[in-house]
Design a binder for this molecule. Sequence first.
Ligand code: GLN
Length: 541
Amino acid sequence: MPKRVNGIKYVIVTGGVLSGLGKGITTSSIGRLLKSHGYTVTAIKIDPYLNCDAGTMNPFQHGEVFVLSDGGEVDLDLGNYERFLDVNLSRDNNITTGRAYKSVIEKERHGDYLGKTVQIVPHITDEIREWIKKVAQQSGAQICLVEVGGTVGDIESMPFLEAVRQLHQEVGHENLVFVHTTLVPVMGVVGEQKTKPTQHSVKELRSIGIDPDIIVGRGEEPLNQQTKEKIALFCDVPVEGVISAPDAKNIYWVPLILDDQGLTDLLLNKFKLAKRKDLKEWKKFVDKIDNLEHKVTIGMAGKYTYLEDSYISILEAFYHAGAATNTEVNVEWIDAEKIEEGKSEKLKKLNGLLVPGGFGIRGAEGKIFAINYARRNKIPFLGICFGFQLAVVEYGQNVLGLDCHSTEIDPSTKHPLIYILPEQDGIENMGGTMRLGEQTIKIKENTIAHGLYGKNRISERHRHRYEVNPGYIEKLENNGLIFSGRSPDRIRMEICELPSHPYFIASQFHPEFKSHPLSPAPLFCGLVKASLEQKNKSPPR
Ligand code: GLN
């Protein structure tokens, strides 16, 4: 039973000095800690860019596009919130400048502000403030975290900071806490921790009317006592309000590091909320991933191989599946374009292969080569979305002997095994127009998929335009590739597998988006387990 709370409490997280400080992880960790005391928590991410959502953004620049159950294509931080808080968020939990302006402009066109001059202050700021309150209320949560993206001092974040300043006025100091995350760099031969950037960013925050209650200082090493005291003195916060966030072994450690310094107690005292901590399950999980007995190497054949953030949910899903199977997953990045240039030696040292989601022609042939290698050499394989589509194409080309492809790669292919969803024909707008979000999938009994999920009906998240052409299903199945998961109307193919292979399975959906620390994705657990068996069976090459 969640405890009673009078009115919603807000924790606002801002960032200073520079971006990329791990504000999202700090926010998620605070949420996890509050939840561990029995409170219900939701989280909102504010992104001060003009895109209406993350769906049209390049993962190479911006990191992965996370997909919510309602089909919202959102910032990857919402993935962290869902994983840390074990909640299901909605697209409204991601506010962007584009969405706020679009809503105000639509209201203006509708005549809602008739006679008034529509301005950033108060109309955009009111819109943001009301939006935050509405999402908090509709979520039913007792505590709402709001992470303001960007860095304090940026022109872009101004309206958002003004909105949260006003929210503070409105709900009162006992109901809203400001947490400011900053960088504490180390300089010189003696390795002195420098507080000046923090002082400057707090000064900047003060100039817009926000007084931080808590300062989280990021750095490689923990802040020493002297540094904490200096920040407390110059930034006017109590010394116990200066929290150290050093680099952690993995992100799941962060809640424990923050809690050890009294951050949770401080927040709950401020909110006058009762304490009843239970972090046992979380600690067990963190402890487990630090002490795994086995190790496997799984290849990731992708395009954005140099930015781990482009595949963050997959990497996290490996952590979760690793904890469940007592196995550390060492991810070997395989640049699909290098395979096309003939450099495929990396494939030889793999215990398993994952071909993730993707778009477009670049690297597609390299991925097909890797899938072919895994199929013929009985290397455990999991294909996701584009990886699923290419696995079907590979089978069509090399087992059925068809001159076939996906029309995404070869629009004039003789046999379009993968083609555009009929309802997608003629769609010109790019934003939010794919098949998105959670859909039901029926699973055939006596298949690998059924064994892994243990049920006949599942629901997973999607983000695609292309799908398997129903005209080729019979031929593929007659030749050994079984479609073990389909949409309830049996028209869309959702999972394919090869019974004659130790583990060759692929899904049209993205299992990684629903993988949480304590409830890992079955298809990932299957891959890790099969890779370990493969490793134990075959002598080292
Ligand atoms: N490009 C493919 C499609 O649009 C796959 C998309 C994906 O992998 N997310 O269907």
